[in-house]
Design a protein around this ligand. Structure first.
Ligand code: FAD
Length: 416
């Protein structure tokens, strides 16, 4: 590829924060709420004009993993802020029934089932309100593009938006971009799964409306008189702009054909005028970079239900694809260690979300949105405590972090 030497230029410094979180997907928004509530000056940077990432921008409105889908499912492994979001959604009639077979738990008693569908507009509203109420500054329509480095420390980030190219300084950065954009730019080591091997493919979800009270016979996320369908699949997008564009084009050109097959299986819906009412702004991207951390979760950790001294979240969701079938866990959940959120090499960075340090098999479990949000809460809390105690994230007192998480409603299977 030809190279162009970009001339150096002065840019405006937008401000200085204790913590900047890049990415307002489910991991980033939960991290932001946790950070703001722990009373440090927090900025959330997001490229879209709303929160949720894959959950809203890709219409993935089915949140899995509050407990094991099958027995033993007695322990609700994800509580804290993710549970609060579900209870708030329930109050405004924002939940639908998940298509996944599961035991029903009593939400009126505050007990959550394995999985829920939700109305994406209500999800946008509730999550924005919670982030806003936590006194977090939100910079929408802003694309993280680079890091300001001093050795192995990120002094700040560079963002592109309507104001131009701006710099923002921060003591700690949380990379919740899903793709590990910040970590990669900072020079942290990472890997990507082989698209021709077992990596999960991308998929275009889409919404249909006009269903009324009618029944259909397909796997879908119903809320009100609308449903979201798992739409066409594509080649794996990675982090290459051309490949992502090709994947968008391929899936979008297939969407009406996909819907006509759905109508063939549900001919009674034709007369009701059921139609595609929305394709999302973005193709659903399942996996790209994984950032190498102080520990990499292994298949055995997940399958054997391993416990770790530095647990910060628990996942009990099944491994969905790796073994060629949905492999349910035969225990109540495995621990996610704090070290998976600490990238190698970079000192003041935490990773939240789908790109934490993990092999493919456990990733296919903790990628579910409930555990991803629990990881987000841990990352946000760790960032805030690192600022308050003037500690590097990798040197943070783990028992202080765990005590704080438990006091703030998180399930860690530990007594304090
Ligand atoms: C098709 C599909 C089906 C799925 N099915 C399910 C399911 O049924 N149940 C379930 O629980 N999970 C499901 N998942 C998985 C789950 O949705 C994801 O693992 C989870 O949402 C990832 O959250 P995240 O916050 O880590 O990342 P993301 O959702 O990717 O969020 C990243 C955020 O960062 C922003 N961002 C990225 N780069 C930049 C940048 N450079 N500058 C500024 N902002 C940036 C993005 O706009 C986004 O808001 C599915 C995923 C897909 C794609």
């Amino acid at each position: 590829m030809d190279k162009y030497l970009e001339p150096a230029k002065e840019i405006d410094v937008f401000g200085e924060y204790d913590v900047i979180i890049v990415g307002g997907g489910v991991a980033g928004l939960t991290a932001a709420i946790a950070c703001g509530r722990n009373k440090v000056r927090t900025l959330l940077v997001e490229r879209f004009g709303f929160l949720g990432g894959t959950a809203t921008a890709s219409l993935m409105n089915n949140i899995n993993g509050f407990r094991n889908q099958v027995k033993p499912d007695g322990l609700q492994t994800v509580k804290g802020i993710p549970q609060e979001i579900i209870l708030e959604l329930n109050k405004i009639n924002g939940l639908g029934k998940s298509p996944y077979p599961q035991e029903d738990y009593d939400i009126k008693k505050g007990e959550l089932s394995y999985s829920y569908c939700f109305d994406p507009e209500k999800f946008k509203y509730i999550t924005l309100k919670l982030v806003h109420d936590a006194d977090v500054d939100i910079l929408f329509h802003s694309y993280f593009s680079d890091c300001i480095m001093e050795g192995d420390i990120i002094k700040g980030i560079i963002v592109e938006n309507k104001s131009g190219r701006i710099a923002i300084y921060s003591k700690i950065i949380v990379d919740a971009s899903g793709d590990g954009d910040v970590a990669a730019r900072a020079g942290a080591p990472f890997w990507q799964a082989d698209p021709n091997d077992k990596a999960l493919k991308d998929g275009l979800m889409y919404k249909i409306s006009g269903l009324g009270k009618s029944k259909s016979s397909i796997f879908e996320c119903r809320y009100g008189d609308s449903s979201v369908l798992w739409g066409p699949y594509s080649v794996w997008g990675q982090n290459d702009a051309w490949l992502i564009s090709k994947a968008e084009i391929k899936t979008r050109l297939k969407v009406f054909k996909h819907f006509s097959r759905y109508l063939k299986r549900n001919p009674h819906l034709k007369d009701l005028g059921v139609h595609i009412s929305e394709t999302p702004p973005m193709l659903g991207i399942r996996q790209t970079r994984f950032i190498e951390g102080e520990y990499k979760l292994t298949a055995e950790d997940a399958i054997e239900g391993r416990r770790f001294g530095d647990v910060i979240a628990i996942s009990s969701a099944p491994i969905i694809h790796y073994y060629g079938y949905r492999r349910y866990l035969e225990h109540e959940g495995y621990d996610i260690p704090y070290r998976c959120l600490i990238p190698k090499k970079i000192e003041n960075l935490l990773i939240a979300g789908r790109c934490i340090s993990s092999e493919q098999e456990p990733y296919e479990s903790h990628r579910s949105m409930a555990p991803i949000m629990a990881i987000g809460q841990a990352a946000g809390t760790a960032a805030a405590l690192s600022v308050i105690h003037k500690s590097k994230p990798r040197e943070l007192d783990i028992s202080l972090l765990q005590r704080t998480l438990i006091e703030q409603g998180v399930e860690l299977r530990k007594n304090i």
